[in-house]
Design a protein around this ligand. Structure first.
Ligand code: NAP
Ligand code: ZN
Ligand code: ZN
Length: 349
């Protein structure tokens, strides 16, 4: 065991503060990663504030991890010392259920092991995430960062990237489809880039008029501010697919009215519950769906797709001392478009 620097929330109401943790030496099939960068996902905030209940404290968040392999166990074949690698939202699963066997580990029947705010299989010890300088992970749950990709801007692909790539693929988005992205934050800006790369006609629906120019710069074909409500008439029945990335409570029924007959709205954001009316679904045979991150193979596919299309995240690199302020800004929708922590600012081991 080695003590390393990390930042944790001691309780659901405490700010993040230094909290040294122990990391074990890598086991036979494990990879030790010296973390360079960690993206800041809105799920970090939801979990550290215990919005979803059941939080394990102290909590060291962070599941958009990029670093370099610094040691490997004797049976590791997939990664070697010096490789640029990534870790996303989970670090283990049962490996035997139908979902694990088909590459959908995120839907593991026994529950995936979260990178943080989870418990290790076997020992039951709490897992700690990427707001720390080192992590040790089984080789099968470690991703390869494609050559030439900037490591800081690659980090958000491990969650925001795959979470938006997966439903675009699953729901079969193709060239010319009308796709709307609701909420232009970390997930939203990746959704725009990925849907554009797949050939879709992309419209951003945002509460922030100030993001209009950015939406166009990200490649969106159109932008509509939702504030005055007129878009719910002017864009009615326009879209084949809507990706809803909004982190706060909002009226799903209004957005469902923007779908064509047989269109699908996919919930990615996980806010407080809000009421759902049968009418907008029944009246046009629309579908309401949800989607959770992506499996290991699909996360690698996302990274490789992004490398081929020259896609990374638009990031604001911060030192760890700015993390509490970054979380406050994220709550206000003031992120352009993902905070990434420079882990060197935590100090050495
Ligand atoms: P984020 O960067 O904070 O972006 C969320 C965006 O939602 C904001 O930028 C804002 O966009 C919009 N928004 C915020 N408050 C709003 C409100 N009151 N009404 C309408 N729009 C509002 O967050 P993120 O990291 O992208 O995460 C978004 C959500 O996805 C979170 O709930 C997170 O937990 C969840 N998530 C889910 C998965 C999954 O597997 N399904 C994975 C990762 C994250 P505008 O300014 O453009 O309106
Ligand atoms: Zn995330
Ligand atoms: Zn399983």
């Amino acid at each position: 065991m080695t003590a390393i620097p990390a930042y944790a929330a001691a309780t659901a109401t405490s700010p993040l503060a230094p909290f040294p943790i122990e990391r074990r030496a890598p086991g036979a099939r494990e990879v030790q990663i010296d973390i360079l960068y960690c993206g800041v996902c809105h799920s970090d905030l939801h979990q550290a504030r215990d919005d979803w209940g059941g939080g394990i404290f102290p909590m060291v968040p962070g599941h958009e991890i990029v670093g370099r392999v610094s040691a490997v166990g004797g049976e590791v074949t997939k990664h070697k010392v010096g490789d640029a690698v990534g870790v996303g939202c989970f670090v283990d699963s049962c490996r035997e259920c139908a979902h694990c066997r088909s590459g959908l580990e995120q839907y593991c029947n026994e529950g995936m092991t979260f990178t943080y705010n989870g418990r290790e299989r076997g020992s039951g010890a709490p897992t700690y995430g990427g707001y720390s300088t080192r992590i040790v992970v089984d080789q099968d749950y470690v991703l390869r960062i494609p050559d030439g990709m900037p490591l800081d801007a690659a980090a958000p692909l491990l969650c925001a990237g795959v979470t938006t790539y997966s439903p675009l693929r699953h729901f079969g988005v193709k060239a010319g489809d009308q796709v709307a992205v609701v909420g232009l934050g970390g997930l939203g800006h990746m959704a725009v880039k990925l849907a554009v790369a797949m050939g879709a006609e992309v419209t951003v629906l945002s509460t922030s008029e100030s993001k209009r120019g950015d939406a166009r710069a990200l490649g969106a074909h159109a932008f509509a501010a939702t504030g005055d409500g007129t878009v719910f008439q002017s864009l009615a029945e326009r879209f084949d697919l809507i990706l809803d990335t909004v982190s706060a409570q909002h009226d799903y029924n209004a957005y469902l009215g923007l779908l064509k007959v047989d269109g699908t709205m996919v919930l990615l954001g996980i806010p407080e519950p809000s009421p759902l009316s049968a009418f907008p679904l029944v009246w046009r045979r629309r579908k309401l769906a949800g989607s959770l991150i992506g499996g290991i193979a699909e996360t690698q596919e996302t990274l490789d797709f992004c490398a081929r299309h020259g896609i990374v995240s638009d990031i604001e690199l911060i030192g760890i001392d700015a993390i509490n302020e970054a979380w406050e800004r994220m709550l206000k929708g003031d992120v352009r478009y993902r905070f990434v922590i420079d882990i060197a600012t935590l100090g050495g081991t």
